[in-house]
Design a binder for this molecule. Structure first.
Ligand SMILES: Cc1cc2nc3c(=O)[nH]c(=O)nc-3n(C[C@H](O)[C@H](O)[C@H](O)COP(=O)(O)OP(=O)(O)OC[C@H]3O[C@@H](n4cnc5c(N)ncnc54)[C@H](O)[C@@H]3O)c2cc1C
Length: 273
């Protein structure tokens, strides 16, 4: 079995900064890490490999040359090899183009049974890359997966949905995006780090992927960031006070009126409102 894990290098800080003029994320030389959810995707792939001897796990990332660091980490965590998709022409790609490049690489790798990805990246946070990549490859996609059973021909996945758990069986090849509840990634071992340090990662660009000029980067990206701003969180507090016992019903009535006017009372008068 061949498993590809899509991994992304993300800023190691929660303070993602955006360029207000271009609407593009500012990616300076700050510390970067493996997207935390992708740790779970790599761990899951390695767990499947243990159950299915002969399985190969390949980590795949599109990013700048520095993204080799996350490939190395994936290998330290048990991936067999890694491939970096990197070229100036990829700069400025939106989620569609990112998925286009990833899909082209997956086609080039060939004969893949399962693709694992994180549910979302901590920086862009769209959660679009996994499903878009699957759509471009014309294969089933199962999102928000927290339990995964893999057989030779199909998978059974449990998805966390709004009102419960959904169990789905899908034929392989398929793409699965995972949530953090799927496993507890162990820390990489020293042996893992030593082995990963020796790894060399091939770098594929547009020529290797047969991607035509104009289909990548900003030029190929249909997404236009029209405006970018930090949401202002402000609370406007209104006090309804009752200084005496007699004033209590009046204050309560005023609060109920406000709640009703904002449709904040539950149907069925659960609070006796
Ligand atoms: C107009 C525009 C310009 C942009 N310019 C740039 C730019 O110049 N440089 C840049 O780095 N980003 C750029 N971005 C952001 C870039 O499009 C997204 O970071 C990327 O497409 C992934 O989206 P996301 O972060 O929402 O990931 P999500 O879709 O939330 O990620 C979900 C999962 O998909 C997989 N995944 C996501 N990204 C990758 C990847 N690159 N490689 C492998 N697997 C991945 C991982 O498994 C991840 O857990 C730009 C975005 C826009 C809209």
């Amino acid at each position: 079995m061949k498993i590809i894990v899509l991994i992304k290098q993300v800023p190691g800080t929660a303070n993602t900064r955006m360029n207000p003029e271009t609407g593009v994320m500012i990616r300076d030389a700050g510390e970067t890490i493996l997207n935390p959810l992708d740790e779970h995707a790599v761990t899951e792939a390695v767990m499947i490999k243990k159950k299915h001897p002969g399985t190969e796990v390949i980590a795949l990332t599109m990013g700048p040359p520095s993204a080799q660091k996350v490939l190395r980490e994936a290998c330290a965590r048990g991936a067999d090899r890694g491939i970096l998709l990197s070229d100036k022409a990829f700069g400025g790609s939106d989620t569609l183009v990112t998925s286009r490049v990833l899909a082209a690489a997956i086609r080039k790798i060939g004969d893949t049974n399962l693709i694992l990805a994180g549910e979302k990246a901590t920086d862009g946070e769209t959660g679009q890359t996994g499903p878009m990549t699957a759509a471009l490859l014309d294969m089933p996609v199962l999102t928000f997966v927290h339990r995964l059973e893999v057989n030779d021909m199909h998978i059974i996945a449990r998805r966390m949905v709004e009102d419960g758990i959904e169990e789905i069986k899908a034929d392989l090849p398929a793409l699965v995006t995972v949530v953090k509840d799927i496993n507890n990634p162990p820390l990489p071992t020293i042996k893992g780090y030593i082995l990963a340090k020796k790894q060399k990662f091939p770098v594929w660009g547009p020529v290797d992927l047969a991607l035509e000029d104009g289909t990548m980067g900003l030029k190929g990206s249909p997404t236009r960031v029209v405006k970018i701003f930090t949401p202002k969180l402000s609370r406007q507090t209104t006090f309804y006070t009752a200084d005496t016992k007699e004033q209590l019903p009046g204050a309560a009535e005023a609060i109920i009126k406000v709640l009703k006017s904002r449709s904040l009372t539950e149907k069925g008068d659960r609070y006796g409102v």
